[in-house]
Write a protein that binds this ligand. Structure first.
Ligand SMILES: [Zn+2]
Ligand SMILES: [Zn+2]
Length: 291
């Protein structure tokens, strides 16, 4: 099994994964990820959900140790790796047969964006055998980065993939439709919600040459959620909050602040909610914990 560019107008094949996970063809402009070539021919009845996880791997994520004063030496990267691995393994058990159709694209970013993985919950948990193995794999990959924080580029690359996905253009998935369901908004209007979510987390402010903006802002509903490690008053927290929309169900900002023990204890559930494409805001998260 080889690899293939996710751009349907390119489809360049690669015998091995490219070094950053993106296509090298000039026409793809570094915007399209390379994925496993599964040869197509999928089941037309297949309904797929997608989570795009945008993982901050900047230097501060490696050096910040929120519980150091309590004798716990875990860095933010350690905490994220552990909770992402746990969340995805949880999902395998909870969703049973659906683990094959719940896909996760994980992109890590500092000044540049690299693909960490694109696969189903089922394949990820099979490939990595155990939570501990998966945690170490994620930690190792994130630790290889460590530059600045370019949030806009990360969001743009996620948006490019999102567009391909909802237009059924991810060839390696074969024939599929995007999983969706009917729900009711906060004003009681019926609304069709696709099982597609994007979660970005960061501990800093956007420090590239571009302006911070979200290409997801014009979507209705806005599918971007943001989590911030630090204080509510930090410039990074305020900036991130500003580019996010409100939950269609609760009319609550799709923003998660993580700065105390209780918030950290929620991390696994937050990643699980995003990976299972099952909620948008802090109230959704509370309901999921109960349910
Ligand atoms: Zn390409
Ligand atoms: Zn909500």
């Amino acid at each position: 099994m080889g690899y293939i560019c996710s751009n349907p107008n390119c489809k360049k094949k690669y015998p091995q994964m490219t070094s950053d996970g993106f296509c090298y063809e000039a026409t793809c402009n570094g915007d399209y990820i390379v994925i496993e070539d599964q040869g197509g021919g999928g089941n037309p009845d297949r309904q797929i959900g997608l989570c795009i996880l945008l993982m901050d791997a900047s230097g501060s994520m490696q050096t910040t140790k929120p519980f150091e004063d309590k004798g716990n030496n875990s860095s933010l990267i350690d905490l994220v790796s552990r909770n992402v691995a746990r969340a995805i393994f949880d999902l395998k058990n909870l969703t049973q047969g659906k683990a094959k159709d719940a896909y996760i694209l994980a992109l890590m970013f500092d000044d540049v964006v690299k693909e960490l993985f694109f696969d189903s919950v089922d394949n990820l948990t099979t490939k990595h055998h155990s939570e501990g193995n998966f945690e170490n794999f994620i930690k190792q990959e994130l630790s290889n980065m460590g530059g600045g924080t370019d949030i806009t580029t990360a969001l743009e690359k996620a948006y490019t993939f999102y567009e391909q996905f909802i237009h059924n253009k991810i060839n390696s998935l074969g024939e599929y439709t995007v999983l969706s369901q009917l729900d009711r908004g906060f004003n009681n209007n019926p609304i069709n919600i696709s099982n597609v979510r994007v979660l970005i987390y960061t501990d800093g402010n956007h420090n590239a040459n571009s302006t911070l903006y979200s290409p997801f802002k014009d979507l209705d509903p806005d599918i971007l959620m943001g989590a911030y490690f630090g204080e509510a008053t930090d410039a990074g927290a305020r900036e991130l909050r500003n580019i996010l929309g409100n939950c269609f169900k609760h009319n609550e900002k799709q923003f998660f602040l993580i700065n105390n023990t209780e918030d950290y204890a929620q991390l696994k559930n937050l990643f699980r909610m995003a990976s299972g494409a099952s909620g948008f805001c802090p109230i959704c998260l509370t309901n999921i914990k109960r349910g």
